[in-house]
Design a protein around this ligand. Sequence first.
Ligand code: PCA
Length: 226
Amino acid sequence: MASRPPTPAPEAPAPRPTVLVTGFEPFGAGGDNPSALAALALNDSDIAGHRVVGAVLPTVFGASRAVLEDLVARHRPALVVCCGLAGGRAAISLERIAINVDDARIADNAGAQPVDLPVVAGAPAAYFSTLPIKAMLQSLRSAGIAAEVSQTAGTFVCNHVFYGLMHLLAQPGCRGVRGGLVHVPWLPGQGEPAMPLETTVAGLRIALACALTVRKDLRIAAGALD
Ligand code: PCA
């Protein structure tokens, strides 16, 4: 009997590209950190053909960057969006710039309070976000979600991680990977102004879809006078 040629084994489908979304542990006197709840809510979902890896970083200088670098090395994401809580802000805040300074008004979760130290000694004074923040602003507002461009991410752990991320993505091994930081408001009950978690999660989903699909940012005014 003529033997049939062996059927080739079906090829394993190519793994979906990933997008890394991080939040932070609670810090200071606050309870839940909405950034962590949102990152975990988005974990394993699909946005614009990408699998979301949602993770929580320690609110600790140094350790937060180490965990983030490990996540980037492990998942090789196409895009990294770090999220943090900015109590007192009324809108999803798309951060424009990370600066090379740690200046902590309160202690981090390990008790450290660095003052006027560089995030990375000898590195540039600042990095711009490589997210299309104006296009993200427009898509959030069109969806009826309060959004703004912010000109400062502060000098605490969020800026520390943002700077560390942008410094990492500037290295040759991460060419083409885009990243940035988004601050989110308090949850209802934590303080005013607040944003319900569902709105924050929906907003991040819209912002991520935009960042994954828009290559060239828009040119619309969203600056500040002070
Ligand atoms: N917000 C803090 C650190 C962790 C967080 O969620 C910040 O804005 O620096």
